[in-house]
Design a protein around this ligand. Structure first.
Ligand code: SF4
Length: 480
């Protein structure tokens, strides 16, 4: 039976689909489409009615659609090192025109099906059908997929008009992240990390488009000093002047204020949604939050995003009343998941957690997008607070607050090969917050986008170890 999806979740899905569809339409109509880092102040572009897309969200979607590896390898073939963040590699390959495509037989126009793909065929009793000739399970033909190959839009566009050009255009994988329009300008803010700066400089160079950069440096103190605010405010003014030149329009104060109001309303609703994980048992899982991040990244300045999150709040209120949860198992243990998930391996991440009754009831990544402010200076201060741009004291404080409020029994840390700034200071941070809170913690090696860096056996062993430690702690507390 198809999984029941709540009205809030449906509304959130539509918001993201609309963001991508609007950008495709804008491009077709000859309007400017930009690419932006996820924590660039989107309110500035909204003042000019610009359609903006988000490569980090796109890369996560490509990775979740299992095309992260082919795109990462394409970037490596272009000369980018495989130590660079997987999101950056996927995006750089895409900016260069590389696309994951379905293998097509140009003579017949048919896709070439990969015999290793697909799910086992089941009979009317739900039993797997065995092929009498091979003795192996038969594949359900409806679930089988063509081979994935790499294509290049520049090569395709250079072909003469005709059948091959049409077939190859059509063969590009038909999900929205693989059909995102190329950029006419790029917006970069390095409050996330400095990899971002080089990544966007390279997109601007490869696509020959302007780069609008806002530099928000790493902050060594918990408070954001007034001089830092002045430094970033001046850059907002410079970005506005660049956008005026690019669009030939004047900065529209009213549109800017409307976008700020929407962004604040979205952020507040988003933070309230995150807080529903504090309920015990939780009405949903941190994995659901990861899925909803697409909205807060791509559409936080749109009123529809705020409305969809408010609808989701109502769904969650109802779930609390009815004692239901989207988590398909009884919650025995509650953990904080530290870092970005391994998008290509979500089912593998989920499996041992489900087996051991472990619900992810806290995440650090999601609430980090809740930018709330009342004026321009506060807006600067809000954009200063990204997970990788704050000092270790602030990072420890955030985590201890989330662990306590969300009543976790343990912590699962993703040492993410892609994200050096995050993983680099994680060992010390982990040592400090686990010592302060006295909860067990286990780490595993993985990657948010490149599946070559994840080892399922290691992950399962680490989850098992964490469960044993949480079990022992509970038993000890029970005997005390
Ligand atoms: S913060 Fe980490 S995951 Fe995000 S772009 Fe930078 S290196 Fe990549």
């Amino acid at each position: 039976m198809a999984k029941q999806v709540s009205p809030g979740v449906l509304a959130l899905r539509k918001v993201v689909e609309d963001v991508y569809a609007d950008a495709r339409e804008a491009k077709k109509a000859g309007k400017l489409v930009g690419w932006s880092s996820s924590k660039f102040p989107c309110e500035l572009a909204a003042a000019f009615d610009l359609d903006v897309m988000y490569p980090e969200n796109q890369a996560a979607g490509i990775a979740a659609n299992r095309d992260g590896e082919i795109m990462c390898k394409a970037a490596e073939d272009l000369g980018f090192d495989n130590d660079i963040c997987g999101y950056a590699r996927i995006s750089l390959a895409y900016a260069a025109g590389k696309r994951a495509s379905r293998k097509i037989d140009l003579a017949t126009g048919e896709y070439v099906i990969n015999p290793a793909s697909g799910k086992p065929l089941k009979d009317e009793n739900g039993k797997v059908v065995i092929d009498p000739e091979t003795g192996k399970p038969k594949k359900d033909p409806k679930t089988m997929q063509p081979y994935t190959v790499l294509d290049d839009i520049h090569e395709i566009e250079a072909l003469p008009d005709g059948r091959e050009k049409d077939l190859r255009r059509e063969a590009i994988k038909p999900y929205r992240q693989m059909r995102m329009p190329q950029p006419d300008f790029v917006l970069c803010c390095n409050n996330i990390c400095n990899c971002m700066t080089k990544w966007y400089e390279n997109i601007a160079r490869m696509c020959n488009v302007p780069l609008i950069m806002i530099d928000i440096p790493y902050n060594n103190t918990v408070a954001v000093d007034d001089t830092n605010v002045a430094y970033v405010r001046a850059q907002f003014d410079a970005a506005i002047a660049q956008l005026e030149k690019l669009t030939g329009k004047k900065f529209d104060e009213k549109k800017f204020e409307a976008a700020c109001a929407n962004a604040n309303r979205t952020a507040q609703a988003w933070l309230r949604v995150c807080d529903y994980l504090q309920y015990k048992p939780a009405p949903y899982s941190g994995f659901d939050l990861f899925n909803h991040m697409a909205d807060v990244v791509t559409a936080r300045g749109r009123v529809q995003a705020a409305e969809a999150f408010e609808l989701l709040e109502k769904d969650l209120e109802e779930a609390i009343k009815n004692g239901t949860s989207t988590t398909p198992f009884p919650e025995q243990y509650r953990v904080m998941f530290e870092g970005i998930p391994c998008w290509p391996k979500l089912p593998n991440l989920f499996k041992p957690l489900k087996e051991h009754g472990v619900n992810v009831t806290a995440v650090v990544y999601a609430p980090a997008f809740g930018f709330v402010y009342n004026n321009m200076d506060e807006m600067v201060r809000a954009y200063y607070k990204a997970p990788n741009s704050v000092c270790i004291e602030q990072g420890v404080d955030w985590r201890e607050g989330i662990c306590k409020n969300n009543k976790v029994d343990g912590v699962l840390v993703h040492y993410n090969r892609s994200c050096k700034p995050w993983s680099g200071y994680m060992a010390e941070m982990q040592r400090r917050f686990t010592a302060d809170l006295g909860i067990p913690c286990a780490g595993f090696d993985g990657d948010q986008a490149d599946p070559r860096n994840f080892n399922e056996a290691q992950y399962e062993t680490r989850v098992q170890g964490l469960v044993e430690a949480m079990e022992a702690k509970k038993a000890k507390e029970g005997n005390a």
